[in-house]
Design a protein around this ligand. Sequence first.
Ligand code: SF4
Length: 94
Amino acid sequence: MRRSDRVRELRRKLDEARDGIEVPCGSFPEKWFNQQSTKDTREARQLCNTRCDVREQCLAYALAAGERYGVWGGESSPDGSTLRSRVATDSISA
Ligand code: SF4
């Protein structure tokens, strides 16, 4: 499967999982995409990890898509590198 097809498929799965449920980022999206505020980022990550039923699908999509900005699935990349490199680094140093 081509990468673009994989990204599209994971996005479809995320959208299906989100359909009809409330997710924390839906109420205050600025908290998820305001990279200027460390406090907002920390709070967003905590809400993803404790209050969202689609965290796994969200992170899977963001990793595949190479997202660099915002909080996705409880992860963020404050230096603008891809979430994939951030998560890989965390796994290695854990
Ligand atoms: S895990 Fe994804 S969908 Fe859920 S609150 Fe976080 S950013 Fe939003």
